[in-house]
Unconditional design. Structure first.
Length: 471
């Protein structure tokens, strides 16, 4: 049945109430204008739209209550209003109660025969406009994400190409075709990239290596664990292949890292060196690496605790002398003797900090020339009680007992003189024991000059008489 081209026949028998319902169903808002375009009446059943429409529109020109970009369209709607047909629909933006917000309305106009008024019907496009804004925001976000992905891809591409590793990416199917390979891998295998992209990785291997490599790949894909295998490539190139799997676009792939066998073996040696570093780091003795000038480059946990520092970063770049006590002559002499020489030295010194005072330490140091000139030092804290029995001479103890028996027999002045000498001799012997008979360190511990210490040593018979005086 053909569609009717005479709508007046469809509505001619309808009542005014029925026509009103049809108008409400077809429009969200209706304006009644006079010939000059002045608003005479407004009707809307949409409550959310009513709240946004200003209250002072009645009596104002319609063209004055729309946004500037809609005024030309309003004029077209007024000019196109006639008795014969509905005008073309045009979107206008009506001013709103909310600041900086307009109401998008799709409007059409017609001139009424009965009262010669212009009737404008409008459909609210706020929801459509919001959807459009959301779509634009989503498109903008997608563009930004796409740009970030491109930038990230470029970064990974740069890392992939300029890194030191030789990398090949395979698709994990029956033929293991090469998807990508970096320049290092191309140079390592002496092949042309364009000739091998898309071809099987297995074509690079001699026949006797195929079963070993395919078994490795299948085992790794089954377990998900990384595997290493020493492989002989075509041209008798012996290479260690480190393989790992990953999923891309739902399909399994393999990432191969190629290393010449001799470099891989060197890497194992470096790994054992790293175990040595871990052992030093967790050693109970303080360990420090410093420049030949004494600036700290590295310190282990024991030295950090010994120096009462907050952490290694607090120590790095500072002078090792900052953490020693006042007796640094032997240390300075040791450092001087280590300069330019790959030799080992030792001395007795002390570590000074604010919380626990002075701790006597035995310092063993060695200089290293390659690959960078530096000095390694071990600080072993000395227990001041470990030589207690050695420092107290039994003969001296007996002398102290004899002194008490002199009271009443010898004048007090003479007793005090002998007592002072006894105490002085005990202190000198203790200092010598603490410093392992290093007289320079002993003099600093006692607060004496080296010349004064020598004189007292000779006085108490603690040094051979034929030894010359210390300068």
């Amino acid at each position: 049945m053909p569609i009717s081209q005479e709508p007046q026949k469809l509505y001619q028998n309808l009542s005014n109430n029925e026509l009103s319902h049809i108008a409400q169903a077809s429009a969200d808002i209706s304006f009644v204008l006079d010939d000059s375009g002045s608003i005479q009446d407004i009707y809307s059943h949409n409550q959310s739209l009513i709240k946004q429409i200003p209250d002072d529109l009645i009596g104002r020109l319609w063209i004055d209550v729309v946004e500037t970009d809609s005024r030309k369209k309003v004029q077209y709607l007024l000019d196109d209003a006639n008795l014969n047909q509905v005008s073309k629909f045009r979107q206008i933006n009506l001013t709103s109660n909310e600041k900086n917000l307009s109401l998008p309305i799709m409007c059409a106009s017609i001139k009424a025969l009965s009262n010669q008024k212009i009737i404008v019907i409008g459909r609210n496009l706020a929801e459509v406009a919001q959807l459009q804004q959301d779509l634009v925001a989503a498109q903008k976000k997608i563009s930004q994400n796409y740009l970030q992905i491109n930038q990230l891809e470029e970064r990974f591409r740069s890392i992939f190409e300029i890194g030191t590793e030789s990398i090949i990416i395979l698709q994990a199917d029956g033929g293991y075709p090469i998807i990508e390979m970096n320049n290092n891998a191309i140079k390592r295998l002496l092949i042309a990239k364009n000739n091998y992209i898309g071809k099987s990785f297995l074509s690079l291997l001699p026949a006797d290596e195929l079963s070993k490599v395919t078994s490795l790949f299948q085992e790794m894909l089954a377990t998900g664990e990384s595997k290493d295998l020493d492989v002989s490539f075509v041209g008798d190139k012996k290479i260690r292949v480190s393989a790992s799997s990953f999923i891309n676009s739902g399909r399994p792939h393999l990432l191969l890292n190629l290393k010449p066998l001799e470099l891989a073996q060197s890497a194992q040696l470096l790994e054992s060196d790293s175990l040595t570093v871990k052992a030093i780091e967790n050693n109970s003795y303080g360990f420090v690496v410093c420049t030949p000038e004494g600036l700290i480059l590295k310190a282990n946990k024991a030295f950090i605790k010994l120096s009462n520092a907050k952490g290694e970063q607090e120590l790095i770049g500072t002078a090792i002398q900052n953490y020693l006590g006042s007796e640094t002559a032997d240390f300075a002499q040791m450092m001087q003797s280590l300069k330019g020489k790959a030799s080992a030295q030792s001395c007795i010194s002390s570590i000074s900090n604010n919380s626990s005072g002075i701790k006597l330490v035995d310092i063993s140091a060695v200089s290293v020339a390659h690959p960078r000139a530096c000095v390694g030092m071990i600080f072993r804290q000395m227990d001041s009680r470990q030589n207690k029995d050695k420092r107290i001479d039994k003969k001296l103890v007996r002398s102290s007992e004899e002194l008490s028996m002199l009271v009443g027999k010898v004048p007090l002045k003479d007793i005090l003189t002998e007592t002072t000498d006894l105490i002085e001799q005990l202190c000198i012997k203790a200092a010598l024991d603490l410093s392992n008979d290093n007289r320079v360190s002993a003099s600093e511990i006692l607060g004496l000059s080296r010349q004064s210490l020598y004189i007292k040593l000779r006085k108490y018979g603690l040094v051979d008489s034929d030894v010359k005086a210390i300068d």
